[in-house]
Design a protein. Structure first.
Length: 334
């Protein structure tokens, strides 16, 4: 399987047990995660080759994050060491009509304060065939914007396929318009875009009308025309409560729309589910899956991630293939 490089921030995640609120927590459960690290983990878990690039301080907490990635099959040799702190985020799980909450403590993290010169992209991309990034990384600092710009430009010049997940985070930007202004110049060379109709409207100002299918076709076509994307994946989440989700996606490739099987999910932990979708889509496209098979595979991987605590999609290729083929139901395998 060709080599994938992802670039972004990995954070320490602190979560109250169960569905306790922050004000009730007697302690916090420790895990790690971050959009681009989550993508790399999913690819590695499926049997692909993935390298995660970031900057982390020289301390035991950051080392634990690195060791965990290595244990999950992700390459960590290109991680730059330096800075004073690893970013932190606190997650409060929602329940029923109560939404989940995230509190960030990531200002002045090692990657946010990294000089763009810290990353030797030509060396990092040696032997790679795919580069993935998301809109979260440029939201961290002006230096992170420049580091991302250099990464995309070098990947394009080296002939890598480039994918991008909008991943709009309201708490990291002043407003969606700012996000669009920063992200738009970074699109040169991006081949695959993962987003939603809501993000496309808010961040890039792309409006649509008509029924759902017509709107998706219009949004995907507008994104391709505006930025030169070859493939657009629009994820679709519906749910009346924090406990349940209806999940699917539509993949637009070569002017055709491929609508996935839709899954009705009882959530265990939805954080990282979109990243699992993206990682599985990259994996499927790299192995040459037809578009319909690729989107069904990616949605199946993401569906399984909803059932797994933590950011990472700890799934196997056989599990994803089985669900994508219709072998669901949650029965005990004996």
């Amino acid at each position: 399987m060709p080599h994938v490089v992802t670039f972004g921030e990995i954070m320490l995640r602190l979560t109250p047990p169960g569905c306790l609120r922050f004000g009730q927590a007697p302690h916090f459960e420790i895990t790690f995660g971050g959009a681009e690290a989550n993508v790399a983990v999913l690819i590695a878990q499926l049997g692909g080759s993935a390298e995660f690039v970031t900057r982390l301080p020289n301390n035991e907490i950051a080392q634990r994050a690195i060791d965990e990635l290595r244990g999950l099959g992700v390459g960590v040799q290109k991680i730059v060491r330096g800075g004073d702190r690893i970013g932190v985020y606190f997650l409060e799980h929602g329940a029923s009509q109560r939404s989940g909450k995230v509190v960030y403590d990531r200002a002045h993290s090692a990657i946010a304060e990294a000089s763009p010169d810290a990353f030797s992209w030509a060396d990092i991309f040696h032997g790679a065939s795919w580069f993935h990034w998301s809109g979260i990384t440029p939201a961290l600092s002006a230096a992170a914007v420049e580091a991302t710009r250099r990464a995309v430009a070098t990947a394009k010049d080296a002939g890598l396929r480039i994918s991008f997940d909008v991943n709009y985070r309201a708490k990291l930007w002043r407003d969606p318009r700012q996000a669009g202004e920063v992200l738009a110049p970074l699109m040169k060379g991006v081949e695959v875009c993962v987003t939603s109709m809501e993000e496309a409207r808010a961040v890039f100002g792309i409006e649509s009308s008509g029924d759902v299918v017509q709107r998706e076709v219009e949004v995907a076509g507008a994104l391709c025309a505006k930025f030169g994307f070859k493939t657009v994946a629009l994820t679709q989440r519906q749910g009346a409560t924090a406990d349940t989700t209806s999940w699917g996606a539509t993949l637009f490739c070569e002017g055709r729309a491929h609508v996935s099987t839709r899954h009705e999910i009882t959530n265990v932990d939805r954080v990282g589910a979109g990243d699992s979708f993206t990682g599985a889509l990259i994996f499927a496209m790299q192995r040459g899956d037809a578009p319909q098979k690729a989107v069904d595979f990616a949605v199946a991987a993401s569906t399984l991630k909803h059932t797994i605590p933590g950011d990472y999609g700890r799934v196997t290729l056989a599990e994803v293939e089985a669900l994508a083929a219709g072998a669901g139901g949650g029965r005990v395998q004996r």
